[in-house]
Write a protein that binds this ligand. Structure first.
Ligand code: ZN
Length: 408
């Protein structure tokens, strides 16, 4: 590749501005439930990208408690377009940030702070990459139509974001690139090429209450039934198939002198393949119906109800994603960087869109400890951080790969 030296120099020259942008983003609390904060971050983000020629559209969430999604568009000379995906929200309420003094804090190469790694560092990476393309590949930058789409509520389930993204995709969409941060194994960067799907469920057992002293045989004990049902649920875990089932909460009963009439358990399951997902769901639903725990007096049986709460489909390995990964791998090879593909357990917006257009995730910079705000004196517990030194090489990899994607 030509000009990689000057590309590196350009990116280095942009880092002070990039880190100042990140500092200001981290300073705006954007907990999913903090609607005003998410909207403030959205406005600020639009201002950051305006000098690159992007115009903003703020799209209300279907859930009125959440902020607006953000779409920034820069129309190119051709219809060929690339979508860059990030999110605005974090998992940290303002009170938690204050309680743990969790804020922008630079220590050596590490920058601690809410969202530094998940995912405000990724949003800044988008700005770096587009700035570099404008300067170092101006023809490509002007040719492509860029669609930057931020989810206001990625950390909660927001199916309307899938609809929003798909409305912006068309036959000329070359890729959806997601800027969640990369993983690392040793010094090898990990791009995300698949993610587990997740199904959450609730099981409610209705028994028959009775006096535990006077009419014990009349009762059908809902807790005893649920105890048996959750054993069957736990047994659905099948590591060989990549299916895990977690019984996560359980409650039931009221006072000690009643045979309990109700008990409830909730949990989730996760898996990489649509087949195992469908199998787990069907197996759970099959547990519904009459239970085996009955009243000794008259045979009254407990009733087991199974509900699926939220279903986030798996993002399995697929040719579209693998094709994109190969471009990133070639680019890394040319730059002397080590990269690999990772199948990750956690969800992202990739789960919502991978089947619409070729999708690759993990384009953000490296960091760690996402979703943690606590710090212990001995350093065994450290909050979320991003590494400052990772931005330039990762941005180079992204720029070179996007050039390959566009055939330039
Ligand atoms: Zn995220």
């Amino acid at each position: 590749m030509q000009n990689n030296g000057s590309l590196k120099g350009f990116l280095q020259s942009q880092m002070p501005a990039a880190l100042e942008m990140l500092r200001q983003m981290v300073g705006i609390n954007s907990f999913t439930g903090n609607r005003d904060g998410v909207n403030r971050l959205s406005r600020f983000t639009a201002e950051c990208f305006a000098p690159l020629g992007f115009t903003a559209e703020f799209v209300p969430s279907t859930n009125k408690a959440w902020g607006e999604h953000l779409v920034l568009t820069r129309r190119g000379r051709s219809g060929r377009n690339i979508a860059l995906i990030s999110h605005l929200d974090t998992v940290f309420p303002p009170e938690e940030e204050a309680r743990n003094n969790f804020r922008w804090q630079v220590e050596g190469d590490r920058i601690f702070g809410p969202g530094t790694h998940d995912i405000k560092g990724g949003s800044v990476m988008m700005w770096l990459v587009l700035s570099a393309l404008r300067t170092h590949a101006p023809k490509l930058f002007e040719d492509i139509t860029w669609k930057l789409i931020w989810n206001s509520s990625e950390e909660c389930y927001s199916p309307d974001f899938s609809v929003l993204c798909r409305a912006h995709f068309d036959r000329q969409t070359l890729a959806a690139l997601i800027f969640e941060s990369e993983g690392r194994v040793g010094k090898v960067s990990q791009m995300v090429v698949a993610r587990k799907g997740r199904g959450t469920w609730r099981v409610t057992v209705s028994g028959r209450g009775s006096h535990a002293g006077g009419k014990h045989p009349h009762g059908a004990n809902a807790i005893v039934q649920l105890g048996q049902t959750v054993q069957r649920i736990a047994a659905l875990t099948d590591y060989a198939r990549g299916l895990t089932v977690n019984v996560a909460t359980i409650c039931g009963g009221t006072v000690l002198n009643r045979v309990p009439h109700e008990a409830v358990a909730e949990g989730e399951f996760r898996t990489f393949t649509p087949e195992a997902f469908a199998h787990a769901k069907a197996s759970l639903l099959a547990l519904a119906g009459r239970g085996e725990v009955r009243s000794p007096a008259d045979g009254y049986a407990c009733e087991v109800k199974v509900e699926m709460l939220v279903e986030s489909r798996p993002w399995p390995r697929n040719p579209g994603t693998d094709g994109l990964f190969q471009l990133w791998k070639q680019s890394a090879d040319e730059l002397g960087l080590a990269v690999n593909g990772e199948e990750r357990g956690g969800l992202s917006d990739g789960n919502l869109i991978w089947d619409a257009v070729p999708t690759l995730d993990g384009l953000g910079s490296f960091g760690d400890n996402d979703h943690c705000s606590e710090r212990s004196a001995d350093g065994a517990k450290l909050p979320e951080f991003v590494e400052a030194s990772g931005f330039v090489p990762k941005a180079m990899m992204n720029v070179v790969a996007i050039r390959k994607l566009c055939g330039s």
